[in-house]
Design a protein around this ligand. Sequence first.
Ligand SMILES: [Zn+2]
Length: 400
Amino acid sequence: MPSFSYTITAATGDPRFLRAGIIRTPHGDIETPTFVPVGTKAAMKALTVDMMRDLRAQAILANAYHLYIQPGHKLVEKAGGLSEFMAWHGPTFTDSGGFQVLSLGSGYKKVVSMVSDEAVIAEKSTRRAFVDDDGVNFKSHRDGTMHRFTPEVSMEIQHALGADICFAFDELTSLADTPDYHYEALERTHRWAVRSLRHFRKLQSQNPAKPYQALFGVMQGANIESLRRKTAKYLGGMEFDGFGIGGAIEKRLLGDIVRWTTEELPIDKPKHLLGISAPNDIFEGVEAGIDTFDCVAPTREARNGAIYTGDGRYNLKNICYREDFTPLEQGCQCLVCQTYTKAYVHHLFRSKEILAATLTSYHNEYFTLRLVDGIREAIKANTFEAYKKDFYKRFYRSSA
Ligand SMILES: [Zn+2]
């Protein structure tokens, strides 16, 4: 009997869309909708797992590609799995490595944004990944050695890492690709989904003592409605435990794209939107039926000095905060805002103290986690529209 399940506990209208629920995993329950902070290499950048518990994060997502490169998935398995290795002891997710491996093809160190119109191929970068029908050959970002990922390899890595929720191996395409290429890639992703599921279940049956790991199918299809619906129907008919929506997404179409897929997917399985954390994207995702989100942005942007607040974002490195002795965000209940001032953290940035990254990351994760907690509570209380309206009025007042 798998110790993984998803139950809808509240919904506003059609429960395919705006809903609250509980995902049960062997490492604990996750109340949804929720935001899942990203600790790419089994570490939250600048934050300890004690801080993550303090922040009431419910799960952490790490990356299969990075852990395969270093320290190696077998070592993590020896440690007792990802959760034990990083001393987190709560639910964990791993993504398949498809995004990282394929984004190497467009030039490493260039973020292939899922939500922006940025050029996809980085300047002065060389192509490092090559796709064939069976898998992907790529050069390690670390030492340039050649590696090969296939659906089976990704499943073996994720099985060894032991996260509660894993993702099928998929081919990431970009908005720069032609419709013909998207079609071809989607067909390949479908074949990879079949292979991922088959191989993952085989590994599970060979290791029956290991806690149950859920496998989510991953949807691609860029911004093409027919492809998004087709892949949702196809993967929706398979025995996945849930679904991840990824790939090239034009930001203005995000809500539509999610809805095209959730309309076709089974209602009673959880849906995860990969790599998204901008507040309006979270609102639109939830309204279209998303249960969980992950993104590196709250910590990455924090390290650059960007502070999230209910009234929008600002950059703490700006000289105007040099003598500002108010909290990072007025009224914020987080430990950092209860303790430190803008002037102090501004000073930490100016003097290149690494504490700056810890304090700002802590606040941004707090902000993002509480935003989605608020959405969940509003769905339960049937006050989602009012919550959204209040949030937009303050956060987007200048741009809305
Ligand atoms: Zn705060």
